[in-house]
Design a protein around this ligand. Structure first.
Ligand code: URA
Length: 434
């Protein structure tokens, strides 16, 4: 077999066999392929896509390029919820304890924030002493203890993806549905779970800006899941405004805790409740979604989910007392209230601009090497459809370093689009694909 022939087949839109895909990816993994050949293959894939079989075989081979994480001692129905990334997305902070309180388990890889999007690892690391699992043994130990196993991606899990992604990043081939789908799903499939629920964010602050491309990505990932007999569902959720009201790290942990105390923003609760009910229904004991939603509400009301969050924090080395005392979390020295210059209804809050405003005051990273200020963040006082008077507070910036404060204020003012006409509350759940 010659690599050039495989590139030619891809160029000419001829389906590659499993053996050809395996050979191709072995050559990448063994460092036998020059970047120019891999780049040509990626560009041909960008233009010609992949057939379903190609996509499934490509993903399986990627998955098998590193460690597979199993939970032999955790005798629970395991749920992997994956978000494609957004602004103010603290769903895992709320959902994982709910799933655990319902007697199931959460096992998944989590990410760090980059650019305008945040990451679950950073949010939890704002808790003093909290150490995210970095190895198979650590995630297994914590998951066995409390039913929540979250782990940062490591070089040992799907190492092929790291190599390929690095080249996609510099060859303008990231935005290819089969390449994105296989990249995400290979990492999902490397971790044992019974169901994968994909939260595909759609809108201004998301990777997928419109519902059509989000649906295509979701369908591709579902095909891969089904192709390897893993139950996979997708829920398309709105990212045309940030989720909930806080954007940052410690502030999102506080909002997550408040949600588990029953003080939730509607949009956050809708997304969490929909995903948790899908998980319950997929387990098969319950058939009625309303009943599933009641069960979700119950573990919030009886504080079982909050207790699970405490267990997860202490099992991860963190101080669980933060749940009852937010003073124990990093706190910004200063705050600035961003005031509305006009009256009207909030029509849009451009999530990407808000994510950018949070990033530049220290809550996010411009580059992977940037250090975070865990205390920095933004709290929104107004959400889409709310009425705002002239002079009223739109949002509050929490900051320690004032260097980018002016830019952050301007980003927030640009992000808020205010209209004279009444605006409907947007839907949080746009579509469910099973
Ligand atoms: N996230 C991933 O993990 N991979 C992609 O290709 C894009 C987003």
């Amino acid at each position: 077999m010659r690599i050039v022939d495989l590139i030619q087949k891809k160029r000419d839109n001829i389906e590659l066999t499993k053996e050809e895909i395996d050979y191709f990816l072995d050559e990448v993994q063994n460092n036998n392929m020059p970047d120019y050949q891999l780049s040509s293959f990626l560009m041909a894939t960008y233009f010609n896509g992949m057939t379903d079989n190609e996509m499934i075989e490509f993903t399986k081979k990627m998955r098998d390029s590193g460690d597979i994480i199993k939970f032999e001692k955790l005798n629970k129905y395991l749920v992997d919820k994956h978000s494609t990334g957004g602004v103010g997305d603290k769903v895992t902070v709320v959902l994982a304890p709910i799933i655990a309180a319902l007697g199931m388990g959460t096992t998944k890889l989590s990410g760090r924030g980059l650019g305008h999007t945040g990451g679950t690892i950073d949010k939890f690391e704002s808790i003093k002493g909290f150490k995210f699992s970095g190895t198979k043994e650590e995630i297994q130990k914590i998951a066995n203890a409390c039913g929540i196993g979250l782990m940062g991606s490591s070089d040992k899990i799907v190492p092929l993806d790291k190599k390929i992604y690095a080249l996609r990043d510099v060859t303008a081939t990231v935005a290819s549905i089969p390449l994105i789908a296989s990249s995400i799903m290979s990492k999902k499939l490397a971790v044992q779970s019974d169901v994968i629920i994909l939260d595909v964010k759609v809108g201004d602050g998301a990777f997928m800006k419109d519902i059509n491309s989000a649906s295509l990505l979701a369908q591709a990932m579902i095909k891969i899941g089904k192709g390897v007999d893993r139950k996979t569902y997708a829920i398309l959720t709105n990212m045309d405004e940030p989720l909930g009201k806080s954007i940052g790290n410690a502030v999102e942990i506080i909002e997550g805790i408040e949600a588990l105390k029953g003080n939730y923003e509607d949009d956050l609760f809708e997304v969490v409740s929909e995903i948790a009910s899908l998980a319950i229904l997929s387990k098969g004991d319950i058939k009625d979604k309303n009943e599933a939603k009641k069960m979700v509400k119950e573990v919030i009301d009886n504080k079982k989910a909050l207790e699970k969050l405490k267990e997860f924090i202490s099992n991860s080395g963190g101080d669980k007392d933060i749940v009852d005392n937010y003073e124990l979390l990093p706190k910004a020295k200063n705050e600035y209230k961003v005031i509305s210059k006009k009256a009207g209804y909030v029509e849009k809050i451009k999530a990407e601009e808000i994510g950018h405003a949070a990033m530049i005051i220290g809550a996010g990273r411009r580059t992977k090497e940037d250090e975070l200020d865990y205390a920095a963040g933004i709290i929104l006082s107004k959400k889409v459809s709310d009425y705002v008077k002239e002079g009223e507070v739109l949002a509050t910036i929490l900051y320690n370093n004032s260097e980018s404060l002016e830019d952050s204020i301007n980003n927030i003012l640009d992000a808020y689009v205010i209209s004279d006409k009444k605006v409907e509350k947007p839907k949080s759940i746009l579509k469910i694909i099973e």
